[in-house]
Design a protein around this ligand. Structure first.
Ligand SMILES: Nc1ncnc2c1ncn2[C@@H]1O[C@H](COP(=O)(O)OP(=O)(O)OP(=O)(O)O)[C@@H](O)[C@H]1O
Length: 813
């Protein structure tokens, strides 16, 4: 390809010079066009050869033969053609940095629920998108400026001869377009780790389509405009076409390049021109707007990290544009069908306090009372996670509907801390998510300072009033504690002048002043939790929701955070969920224990202990001698132990629950309460005789109340579901019994001696996940007359009513 051809001259005689022409017939790409060697080389050469032969033969006096070497006329090969050829790939590669970073940041924010946290604290979607756009606009502006300046610095004709504004605008609009394209793609990706793969795939596809564009497709009159429209939707193709135009315009040092005024005109020698630089600008601006609008649209209709999305035609709802409604959300993917939900039957609470609370709230709801002393009024809140059938490629995934909240009626008062307790899966987080607007409610409503959580206007007012510390820390690893607080203070709308002092105060409160400038990614678990608590309290919210705030804190820090929470009660309501009974006991003004989506009991800690605890706990400590040994030797102490045990057995009919050399612990049921006064008076009188050093009497712990309530809920649930369990007797025989059954008659054991037959008492416990399991059974005994028996069944266990499959083995490990 280096030699276009050759001429062979043969001088036959004085009047005949013959010649032969040899040409390279491969079309060569010159200045973006494939030149036909016959017309561009062979014919001009033939004419020239014949003309010169004629001049020689006719004896032209100016003609002479000279032997010299001269380059055949050809278009200039300058560095500009490198920009036209390699430029598209090179500048696409530069834009891919921003593209991958953008996709990965957006997805990380979704994946780590950072965006959800900001929305919960009052961030508007418009502010979210426009803040990203502003930031990316600035970065793109700088990078485009640097690209052009570097191009000029390295003396590329492409950058020197074309107008600065023309080249700069091209790079700026292209990079902005790629960012907007990244916004749109991020709606479809749920894992940040996929962003590099997506970026690389886009680069490969872009490289190939740009290559095709450089060869002239489809920006020439040979192709229909439909091809051009489709091709121009992909930003790298527009870049390739623009670079081609601009490099052609500076192909020789004499070419003037494209000036700002000529941006909408074709090059004079370009007969096949179908697109100008100005057209490319218009395409870049239009596709930028298209990707951006699509990004917002897909972001709304594709389920977020909580599985919530808007309807596909949400934008047709006038309320969406006026801000009055139109924020109705749905659950499940676009390609999923929601199965029918079993109706929720109304169950009157068994507990008198819960019933009373329910009646008070219902009365207030009927009469439309908005009590100024109430921060939250929950009116029959129901949440059913719908069962869905998701159809994706070659897969059909079904989930069953689940009643997570079954009509919650409760008030949370101002200046009080309400503690929501309950075993895992009780529905606490669901209740909180409903209050903060993360999850749509199925039925019922809740009013926070009078604003309904079901109205979009109400919800945007609520977001200004609440502060939330979610169950899991939602923090940016790259931001410092101070920056986090600054950001959330801004989202909360604090005046910029006060933000600095508020942030400093907040950092001091949670003892993070020294770590204020450290990245949150390097914080310990406890520090992160403290920062989350500080975020929840920033901006003086009137309702603070703390979902397990002290998880992972050491005891010293925990106590410190308890102090912060205690101080924060003034002037606001706090809702706290925790698994620490000590925390609930210390901080709560009222406690509600939930299980299986229902409120099971409500009241102060003392009330719950006295109503649901097994009774009183009495600790008896024995005197010890100076050397730490029991006062009068082991034998004597054992006698004293026995005497005390006898004393408790005789008067109160209780056995010790725990015992060792220095103390005895008894649990005294509530029904013996009447005997306690005299009993302890006598025990105190005989302290010396029994060698007692100290007598303590207290109510049972909140933990015990919690365990009792949880077990009771499991039993009720098992009875409703009608689940069956297999009880294996010590004799080796096994029978099917309803889950939770206590006294079980063994079939076929009736005899003359035991006319009612034999029975066992089954002991039920809860395993680590809180599910009931059989821990054992009593020895087989004749069935007493008064006992209400469960008759075993041989039926196989069936699925529960809501379709969740139950465990097959019911024996505790
Ligand atoms: N998106 C969902 N789809 C279906 N079921 C869900 C969904 N989210 C929660 N659940 C179910 O709802 C029930 C209540 O869950 P929730 O997270 O509210 O419990 P919790 O009381 O906060 O538990 P924990 O103490 O473990 O945080 C659980 O059985 C859970 O499996």
């Amino acid at each position: 390809m280096r030699c276009p051809g050759a001429l062979h001259f043969v001088e036959r005689n004085a009047t005949v010079i013959s010649y032969g022409i040899q040409t390279n017939s491969t079309p060569a790409n010159k200045r973006g066009h494939f030149e036909d060697p016959t017309f561009k080389f062979q014919i001009p050469l033939q004419i020239a050869a014949e003309r010169e032969i004629a001049r020689s033969l006719i004896g032209d006096p100016n003609f002479s033969w000279v032997v010299s070497l001269k380059e055949f006329a050809h278009p200039a090969f300058e560095i500009f053609s490198a920009v036209g050829t390699v430029g598209p790939t090179f500048f696409l590669a530069i834009a891919m940095f921003g593209f991958v970073f953008q996709i990965s940041s957006l997805i990380t924010e979704k994946e780590l629920k950072l965006r959800q946290a900001m929305t919960m604290m009052g961030l508007y979607d418009t502010a979210y998108w426009f803040s990203w756009l502003t930031w990316e606009g600035i970065v793109t502006l700088l990078s485009s400026l640097l690209t052009v300046l570097f191009g000029m610095m390295f003396q590329f004709d492409f950058f020197l001869h074309n107008n600065f504004a023309v080249v700069f605008l091209l790079f700026f609009l292209f990079q902005l377009n790629m960012i907007s394209f990244a916004f749109m793609l991020s709606a479809f990706i749920s894992k940040s780790s996929s962003s590099t793969t997506v970026g690389f795939s886009i680069f490969i596809v872009g490289f190939l389509t740009q290559l095709v564009t450089t060869f002239g497709f489809p920006y020439s009159s040979n192709f229909s405009s439909t091809y051009r429209i489709i091709w121009s939707l992909f930003p790298p193709n527009l870049l390739a076409a623009a670079l081609q135009l601009l490099s052609d315009a500076t192909s020789t040092p004499e070419d003037p390049g494209v000036s700002w005024n000529r941006r909408a005109k074709c090059a004079p020698n370009d007969t096949e021109c179908v697109i100008t630089i100005n057209d490319i600008y218009i395409w870049l601006i239009s596709t930028f707007a298209l990707w951006f609008v699509l990004a917002i649209y897909f972001d709304n209709i594709i389920p977020n990290s909580s599985g919530v999305r808007k309807s596909v035609f949400y934008f047709l709802n006038p309320g969406y544009w006026t801000g009055k409604g139109g924020n109705k959300v749905e659950e499940g993917g676009i390609c999923s069908c929601i199965s029918s939900v079993p109706p929720l039957e109304h169950v009157t609470p068994n507990d008198e306090d819960v019933l009373e609370e329910e009646n008070i709230v219902k009365l207030q709801a009927r009469e439309g009372v908005v009590d100024p002393n109430l921060a939250v009024q929950i009116h029959g809140l129901v949440k059913i996670y719908p069962g869905t059938t998701n159809i994706s490629c070659c897969k059909c995934k079904r989930t069953s509907p689940y009643h997570a909240l079954k009509a919650l009626w409760v008030n949370f008062a101002k200046d009080q801390l309400f503690c929501l307790l309950g075993p895992n899966g009780a529905g606490k987080t669901t209740a909180i998510n409903c209050l903060t607007g993360i999850t749509p409610v199925t039925a019922g409503d809740a009013f926070i300072y009078g604003y309904s959580i079901r109205s979009s206007v109400g919800m945007s007012n609520i977001r200004r009033l609440i502060g939330v510390c979610p169950q899991f820390d939602i923090l940016w690893d790259a931001l410092s504690g101070q920056e986090h607080l600054h950001l959330f203070a801004s989202i909360k709308g604090l005046p910029p002048a006060s933000i600095k002092s508020v942030v400093q105060k907040s950092l001091a409160e949670v003892r993070l002043v020294e770590a204020a400038k450290m990245r949150a990614g390097s914080y310990s678990g406890g520090m992160k939790r403290r920062l989350s608590v500080a975020i929840a309290l920033i901006g003086d919210p009137k309702l603070v929701i703390l979902d397990e705030p002290t998880t992972g804190m050491d005891p010293i820090t925990r106590r410190h955070v308890w102090d912060i929470i205690e101080d924060a009660k003034k002037g606001r309501a706090i809702v706290l969920t925790t698994h620490s009974m000590e925390e609930a006991d210390i901080l709560s003004d009222r406690i509600g224990i939930m299980a299986k989506g229902r409120l099971r009991c409500i009241g102060t800690s003392i009330r719950l202990k006295s109503r649901f605890g097994t009774g009183f706990i009495s600790n008896i400590s024995f005197s010890e001698s100076a050397n730490g040994m029991p006062a009068r030797g082991d034998a004597i102490t054992t006698t004293q132990h026995e005497a005390v045990k006898q004393f408790f057995k005789y008067h109160l009919n209780v056995e010790p629950k725990e015992e060792n050399k220095s103390f005895l612990t008894f649990v005294i049921p509530h029904d013996r309460e009447g005997l306690l006064m005299n009993f302890f008076a006598e025990l105190q009188d005989r302290e010396q005789e029994f060698g007692i050093a100290d007598i303590q009497l207290g109510l049972t712990t909140l933990e015990e109340v919690f365990l009792n309530i949880a077990r009771q809920a499991e039993l009720e649930n098992a009875a409703v579901e009608g689940s069956l369990a297999t009880l294996t007797l010590t004799s080796g025989a096994s029978v099917q019994i309803p889950v939770g059954a206590r006294f079980v008659g063994i079939p076929g054991t009736e005899s003359e001696e035991n006319t009612r037959g034999i029975m066992v008492e089954v002991y039920w416990e809860q395993d680590d996940s809180g599910t009931l399991c059989i821990s054992g059974h009593s020895p087989e005994t004749p069935i007493p007359l008064h006992v209400q028996l469960t008759v075993p069944s041989t039926a196989t266990p069936r699925r529960n009513l809501l379709g969740r499959s139950r465990k097959s083995s019911w024996n505790c490990d």
